[in-house]
Design a protein. Sequence first.
Length: 426
Amino acid sequence: MKVAVIGGGSTYTPELINGFIARMASFPLAELWLMDIDAERLRIVGGFAQRMVAAKGHPFAVHLTLDQRAAVSGASYVCTQLRVGQMPARKADEYLGLRHGLIGQETTGVGGMAKALRTIPVVLNIASDMRERAAPGALLVNFTNPSGLVTEALQRYAPDVTSVGVCNAPFTIKMKLLALLESQLGQRVAPERVALRTLGLNHLTWHSGLTLDGEEMWPQVFSAYQKTQTEWDPQTLERLRMIPNYYLHYFYDTRQKLAEQKKWPPSRAEEVQAIEAGLLREYANPATNEPPADLMKRGGAYYSTVATQLLNAHYNDLGETHVVNTRHNGAVPGYPPEWVMELPAAISRAGARPLPAEPLPAECFDLLKRVKDYERLTVEAAVHGDRQAALAALLANPLGPGPEEAPAVLDDLLNTHRAYLPQFWS
């Protein structure tokens, strides 16, 4: 079996390697191909990955390549974890928002839109290569942010390539709530016995239930969370009776987030640049064959767990429940069935089958609908280089500019990233 990782020069890759090593008994990987367009990063990260695998007795081969088509050729799984424009483009997204008094962030607001416009054509190109070269029934697993928006594009414009979007955020909150449950029960609980009920869009979800072996534990877990958490205004939690995804702070506490931006530098991109520089120095050390502790500062908790568990469930036809991004296909009554949403789904060889879910309260749905309108307009703009669709997307975005400012913001966005947006300049 062959797995390809597009964006293999990412500093996350060593964590992914550990995940594959840990699951060799059930996921018999033979070849892992790491592909990147940055030859130097690929040499450093890929060399470290090869040493990690060698230290465990060479359970699989690690190949490094700059050729995307060679990477996906014959692959059963293709994982995308790329960043078009690398970290300087993320920094530009953040300061784009700051210049216009808007949220500047890699997945949300104008920064998230800029990243999506750069990323969608690249990921659709990967899907095209898979169509021609990958193994029959190959699965594309997208980790690239904004994950839900990119998956929306994949499932609309490459429906013949099986794809699913994944994020570590749902698993992270599941593990946090599991710890609260364990403290109440006074015993350890295996994570696979616990299921999180969550619904929304990627980075725009609300968590409303937690079951243990099918039994609802939400009332006591939610109560314990209310008593111990410091993330949310208690009144917000009491009103919702749900736990919002962290990124909802950008919508619920916009003024606070804008005030925090004014204290830059450093922005988050600048912080990550410094972290990555240190990680790459450690990866380059020929004596190193284990991921350094500083990798956790990168912000990818449980990344390898989420990634490799999903592939393992698919390969072994397990029917396990995972929270993923995919078309809900009527699982949420009353919602357009073609919407890509983040929700629990049964993962088997047939793909991701969304599980029935109760619709969100009206105040949550109103926000979700506006963001989904923005996402779908952004996909059209990215695919067709359509400036009118891009302008409409900016106006639909709840964190976007007003009608008078929107044209100037769009011009700034397109000029800032002109090198990565040829579809708008042909």
